[in-house]
Design a protein around this ligand. Structure first.
Ligand SMILES: Nc1nc2c(c(=O)[nH]1)N[C@H]1C(S)=C(S)[C@@H](COP(=O)(O)OP(=O)(O)OC[C@H]3O[C@@H](n4cnc5c(=O)[nH]c(N)nc54)[C@H](O)[C@@H]3O)O[C@H]1N2
Ligand SMILES: Nc1nc2c(c(=O)[nH]1)N[C@H]1C(S)=C(S)[C@@H](COP(=O)(O)OP(=O)(O)OC[C@H]3O[C@@H](n4cnc5c(=O)[nH]c(N)nc54)[C@H](O)[C@@H]3O)O[C@H]1N2
Ligand code: SF4
Ligand SMILES: [Mo]
Length: 679
């Protein structure tokens, strides 16, 4: 008789924590998915949502897709019949060839994103799309592109963050527009909690009183979209108190002198008017941050504002002019990317396979692009659920009903998006294939290890795209490399000396023995080689040369700002089909400040319509001081058909681009409240 055994693997969600997982197997089958007690981050516990989902929906044979399906009912009806892999790949290949042979390869559109951040399952399929010359819906435009583009302008690199271990030399941590209590629960309790216990001062800048903000030493609860004003006021206090680092500025910063008049004009009292944060809190935060050494955790929520690029450039000025960079205990983190660990993404995605180039569109234009019969003849979605996650939800779902659109979905589950597909291909989950995970918070490398078999005919993303390449008779060997070969090649690029099976035994390794200093040589990949607060490249992009001290106007009378941040119980839209998660979530709510509730004559538990020119949602009022007057919260990621909801908050979100890189401005959404009609 076989005994129990344990497989160490890694959570591949798009999450700062990258938890180590222990899969308990009984007779070779997965019995339980738990946190790895030996893992430095998870320390034996997964977050609540994954503990439920990995032992629920993720392994529920009744809910997982287990064979290729072909649509038999009208688009959106969710009526399918099973077909073989051969039939599915042959039909897809035939349609793709038709389009490519007609010189219309660019009208093959594909979306992909956060289903998994595994290197193979997340990026190998790009080889196929590059080879056929398809158009990619730029994934980051729905999430974090503005921040990347702005940091790229200023520092020449957005993918080099602080090494979290440097915190031992830190006095203050500024958490700006991130919500670790929800998006990084282990680092919230572990890294941040331990730092605070050791005397590090934690300051949070966020319009919402989330868990991390409530635990912080100081919470600057600013108005949404007013961050640039706050950043300039903090600089004002530094200037007034001799805390600007003039030596650092002289040696490494472009544009500081040009910014001085704006800094001098933005007193804390003036900023209080514009961003709603009491002047004395601004002063206290500036003195703590400026004294340093200080770390800045620059989150992804803040740059989803209409002026997200300007905000990030203004906050970057705070880092640069206070000299909080290039020394122990200082730095900022947006993300730690693969390149620091030696991994060359381009070697995996092979853009060089594109013989006639490829195309790219923003997620903000997805609905319009899908509507256009010339622009989109074929649509693929893989690792992505755009009918739940992307803006203009009503319009987007209508576009997906186009009878002449050939739509292929590669998924684990029937989702809001697969409902419209012509062919659905069943994918293996992370528990069912090997992969590599690189945390974007620290500098580790982790193995994702196969712990069980996929349901019936489901296959890993990599194998699905190898089969599609074969059905299309594409000749390039790179399209057929095996997972084992890919893993070996990637590992070779890192400083890890062993094989994949060596890494699998360890689970996670840190690739740097010593704490790494961010931008240690103070060399920046900008045209000047310096930190560019004044940026000629910004001007070329139609942006101001310098960050501006501006705040968004308040919503017009009768309107409210709608923030749609992450829920503790969902990972984007993932897990929304798990029954236990659904009971934790309860009915869809709108969190409303007591002042707004009073103004609208609403009480806790009342049903209400939240509407704008995009659409409307029926929600239950939840009066909460998490939010502030003028701003409501509707969490992202709900599924249709659950608790009576037809749409989620993205039915209210326009496809408006923010000020940079065609990125999302989801947190600039405005809507109004209406009573639900009686009867
Ligand atoms: N209103 C509002 N909307 C938002 C946001 C917001 O703040 N507010 N945030 C945005 C952000 S930050 C992001 S990143 C996007 C994310 O949007 P999405 O990328 O759509 O994320 P998910 O909703 O989790 O969908 C991922 C899908 O991949 C599937 N999947 C998981 N593993 C695999 C696999 O191995 N193979 C395949 N083929 N599929 C797999 C899952 O079942 C799931 O349906 O949403 C954005 N949408
Ligand atoms: N539980 C859970 N965890 C997740 C996800 C999830 O859906 N659920 N999604 C994952 C993904 S894809 C991502 S990208 C990461 C992102 O994780 P984070 O970087 O933590 O970013 P968000 O959680 O999107 O937003 C953080 C905060 O931005 C704030 N914010 C909104 N507008 C403003 C503003 O104008 N100014 C300031 N200062 N703050 C503002 C919101 O109130 C929110 O508290 O989280 C990941 N982790
Ligand atoms: S989603 Fe994040 S917190 Fe939850 S188990 Fe995965 S890595 Fe850990
Ligand atoms: Mo994201």
């Amino acid at each position: 008789m076989k005994s129990n055994d344990v497989i160490k693997t890694t959570c591949p969600r798009d999450c700062y924590d990258a938890c180590g997982i222990a899969v308990i197997r009984r007779n070779g089958a997965i019995a339980k998915v738990l946190g790895d007690p030996d893992h430095p981050v998870s320390r034996g516990a997964l977050c609540g949502k994954c503990a439920i989902a990995y032992n629920g929906v993720w392994r529920d044979p009744g809910l997982r897709l287990s064979q290729p399906l072909k649509r038999v009912g009208p688009k959106g009806s969710n009526e399918f019949m099973p077909i073989s892999w051969e039939q599915a790949t042959a039909e897809i290949a035939q349609r793709l060839k038709q389009v490519i042979d007609a010189g219309q390869a660019r009208s093959i559109l594909h979306t992909h994103y956060t289903g998994t951040v595994g290197f193979l399952a997340g990026w190998f399929p790009m080889r196929f799309f590059n080879r056929i010359g398809a158009t990619e819906v730029d994934p980051d435009t729905v999430c974090n592109k503005a921040g990347h583009a702005a940091l790229e302008l200023v520092f020449g690199n957005s993918l080099e963050g602080f090494d979290p271990r440097t915190v031992r030399d830190t006095k203050t941590i500024l958490v700006w527009g991130a919500n670790p209590s929800s998006s990084a629960p282990h680092h919230n309790k572990g890294w941040l909690g331990q730092a605070q216990a050791a005397g590090v001062k934690i300051i949070v800048v966020d319009p919402i009183s989330h868990g991390t903000a409530r635990q912080a030493d100081l919470h600057l609860k600013l108005r949404p979209g007013s961050d640039a004003v706050l950043a300039f006021a903090l600089l004002h206090v530094l200037q007034a108190n001799g805390l600007l680092d003039h030596d650092f500025i002289a040696a490494h910063v472009e544009g500081a002198v040009e910014l001085m008049p704006t800094i001098e004009a933005m007193s804390p009292a003036q900023a209080e008017q514009l961003c709603g944060v009491p002047a004395e809190q601004i002063t206290a935060a500036a003195l703590a941050y400026g004294s340093g050494p200080s770390l800045l955790w620059l989150g992804q929520g803040v740059q989803r504002q209409p002026q997200g690029g300007n905000i990030v450039r203004a906050v970057a000025a705070l880092v640069a002019m206070s000299g909080q960079l290039g020394k122990p205990g200082a730095g900022y983190l947006y993300m730690n990317g693969p390149a620091i660990r030696g991994v060359d993404m381009a070697s995996l995605t092979l853009a060089s396979l594109a013989q006639n180039g490829t195309g790219s569109v923003s997620h903000m234009d997805l609905a319009a692009t899908l509507e256009d019969a010339q622009a989109t003849r074929v649509f693929f979605n893989w690792n992505n659920n755009p009918a739940a996650s992307s803006p203009e939800q009503v319009r987007l779902r209508r576009a997906l009903q186009r009878e002449d659109l050939f739509h292929v979905a590669v998924e684990l589950f029937h989702t809001d998006t697969t409902a419209y597909a012509d062919i659905v291909l069943p994918a293996a989950s992370f528990l069912e294939c090997d992969d590599l995970i690189l945390s974007y918070f620290d500098l580790s490398l982790s193995a994702q290890v196969k712990a069980g078999d996929p349901p019936r005919q489901a296959l890993p993303n990599t194998e699905i795209f190898r089969r599609l390449a074969a059905a299309m008779e594409l000749p390039e060997a790179a399209l057929y490399e095996t997972d084992a070969e890919l893993l070996q090649q990637l590992l070779k690029q890192t400083s890890f000396a062993g094989s994949f099976s060596d890494l699998a035994k360890l689970g996670t390794v840190n690739l740097f023995e010593q704490t790494r200093i961010q931008f240690a040589g103070l060399k920046f990949a900008t045209p000047s080689g310096r930190i560019e607060l004044a940026s000629a490249r910004a001007v070329e992009q139609g942006l101001p040369r310098l960050p501006q001290a501006q705040a968004d106007a308040l919503p017009p009378e009768g309107s409210l700002r709608v923030l749609s941040p992450a829920s503790n119980w969902l990972m984007n839209s993932s897990y929304g089909n798990d029954a236990t998660i659904q009971s934790r979530l309860g009915v869809p709510t709108v969190l409303l400040h007591a002042d707004d509730a009073l103004r609208h004559g609403l009480r806790d538990g009342d049903p209400v319509l939240l509407a704008n020119e995009q659409g409307e949602l029926t929600l239950q009022v939840c009066i909460s001081d998490d939010t502030q007057s003028g701003t409501v919260i509707v969490h992202k990621g709900r599924w249709s058909g659950v608790n009576g909801a037809r749409y989620n908050v993205n039915a209210l979100v326009p496809g408006r681009q923010c000020d940079i890189a065609q990125s999302t401005s989801v947190h600039g959404t405005q809507a109004w409240l209406r009573p639900v009609a009686a009867g």
